[in-house]
Design a protein around this ligand. Structure first.
Ligand code: NAP
Length: 502
């Protein structure tokens, strides 16, 4: 055993973590953030957080009860009036400080995210920067909340239009982008003057708890952001939604859960923002630059191991180039290094849990059972961790389950097409409408197809559309509302009109 290996072995801890990994996990609060204080869950209950690369437990965090959830909402309600009175400049400065702290702690936060979620460290670092950028972006938006003053058409009166914070918000986030999906909601909520109760996914509570520490250190007043981690998401959140004491729900997650929450919100007519599932078509015309299209497909498919709402789920390639495209994509994907996200050179981490990998395996078996051919990958490895290799399938028929359901894994299904009309019809043949990708060197065609696609976003000759300064969101069953851009703050503002007699 070399000295290095001995040193590593000595610093290995119970959950299979190295000394530095353990230190980063130890640093994080594992309790609930309620009214500015870190508190245990009622009865001291906790639940475990796993490393998806090893399946081992790395931490236990507080498991909130409905009463804990209620206390968190009470704290948000109590803090609302004072926070609404803060000046735009004060809120902008808070967000800027939080941005700076996130970037200062980028390395530790990235490692923490990799440990609980699995993505490679470089991607986790990228996500921290992306997440921080939402704070910087919305610090600017806080200063630009606008209004209006207008003469009534018949004269004799004036219309004064002003915007006010919606009020206390419930923010529910998924595990796939544990930090960015939080800041994409907390950023505009803070900018608008709203307090909140945040509930992260059970797989990735540590990143959100670490974000809570960042917000406290940035000086966010007590009770303005409260964090509740729990295993019984429905049991804790439904009473809060139905209470009517929160005035808005912003949710990112699956369409299935989003529909349940919309029904609950109807009870007290809560404002809602819904960032739901996707089934993105990725279209490659025969006039596209094939290398550019392959690079775009790598990004659109492999970012986050394919566990993204924006992931290319159906790849339509023109008959004339599908063979060449398939060969190039397979060669590129086969070279990617799969492993624990903390290891040097790893480009593809494990899937988040056993259920996630099981779904990928089932969808693959369904597609091959219907005649699809595996060009590369296809077999889950033995051993610990929820790994799955980058996989390319060709000849995936329209009736395959993966043409209709989110794969949420590193599987690229190729389907041939021969005409523009045919591929637009196939692309739109889904209840989802989050994002679509088009690769062509014909600008007119690109714009024509982008306009015809039923989706909230289109990547034209690019495989990534996410940007804090752009309006992110979907149509159809992919959601309601937009996050980011100049419109993101409007989701957290109410319009008030004052009619003035003159
Ligand atoms: P999920 O199962 O819908 O869970 C999302 C969040 O909702 C988690 O915090 C979860 O908590 C919570 N939740 C589950 N059931 C609930 C209930 N009955 N009441 C209240 N909260 C509940 O989705 P996921 O598996 O975490 O995330 C993947 C999904 O998110 C995919 O469909 C993906 O496309 C979508 N997504 C969309 C966007 C977008 O911007 N459109 C971005 C990222 C992800 P627990 O973890 O405790 O169950």
């Amino acid at each position: 055993m070399s000295t290095d290996t001995q040193a590593t072995a000595q610093t290995q801890t119970q959950g299979g973590l190295s000394g530095r990994e353990q230190q980063v996990v130890d640093q994080v609060e594992k309790r609930l953030l309620v009214g500015g204080r870190w508190v245990d869950a009622e009865g001291g209950a906790t639940f475990e957080v796993d490393d998806p690369a090893t399946g081992q437990v790395i931490a236990s965090v507080a498991d909130a009860t409905p009463a804990d959830g209620r206390r968190a909402l009470d704290a948000a309600v109590a803090a609302q009036a004072d926070f609404a009175r803060t000046t735009p400049r004060e809120r902008a400065d808070l967000l800027l400080r939080a941005h700076e702290l996130l970037m200062e702690r980028q390395d530790d936060l990235a490692l923490l995210m990799t440990l609980e979620m699995g993505k490679p460290l470089a991607e986790a670092k990228g996500e921290i920067a992306y997440a921080a950028e939402f704070f910087r972006h919305f610090s600017g938006e806080a200063l630009r909340i606008d209004g209006g003053y207008q003469t009534a058409p018949a004269g004799g009166a004036r219309f004064l239009v002003t915007k006010q914070p919606v009020g206390p918000c419930l923010l529910i986030t998924p595990w796939n982008f544990p930090m960015a999906m939080g800041t994409r909601k907390i950023g505009p909520a803070l900018a608008a003057g709203c307090t909140s109760v945040v509930k992260p996914a059970h797989q990735t509570p540590l990143s959100m708890l670490a974000l809570g520490q960042v917000l406290q250190d940035a000086g966010v007043p007590d009770g303005v952001v409260n964090i509740v981690t729990c295993r019984d998401a429905g049991g804790v959140m439904e009473p809060l939604i139905r209470s009517g004491d929160a005035r808005k729900l912003s949710f990112t997650g699956s369409t299935k859960v989003g529909k349940v929450l919309l029904e609950q919100c109807a009870d007290k007519v809560l404002r809602t923002s819904m960032e739901l599932g996707g089934n993105a078509p990725f279209i490659v015309f025969d006039d596209a630059d094939l290398d550019e299209a392959v690079a775009g497909a790598m990004q659109a498919k492999m970012r986050n191991m394919g566990e993204a709402c924006t992931a290319a789920n159906r790849i339509y390639v023109h008959d004339n180039v599908i063979q060449q495209f398939g060969e190039k994509l397979s060669a590129a994907l086969a070279q990617l290094e799969v492993g624990r996200g903390t290891d040097d050179g790893v480009q593809v981490g494990p899937l988040v849990d056993e259920a996630g990998r099981r779904k990928v395996i089932d969808l693959l078996a369904d597609a091959t059972g219907r005649g699809a051919t595996v060009l590369t990958g296809g077999e889950a490895p033995d051993g610990p961790g929820w790994f799955f290799p980058p996989t390319v399938l060709t000849g995936v028929p329209g009736e395959a389950r993966m043409a209709h359901e989110e794969i949420f894994g590193p599987v690229a299904p190729l389907t041939p097409f021969s005409s523009e009309d045919e591929v637009i019809a196939a692309a739109n043949d889904t209840p989802y409408g989050l994002v679509a990708y088009v690769f062509t060197n014909d600008l007119r065609r690109g714009l024509r197809v982008a306009e015809a696609l039923e989706s909230g976003m289109v990547g034209l000759n690019q495989g990534v559309v996410s940007n804090p300064a752009a309006p992110f969101g979907g149509i159809k069953e992919s959601g309601l509302g937009r996050e980011g851009g100049s419109v993101g703050i409007e989701e957290f503002l109410e319009i008030k009109y004052v009619g003035i007699a003159m």
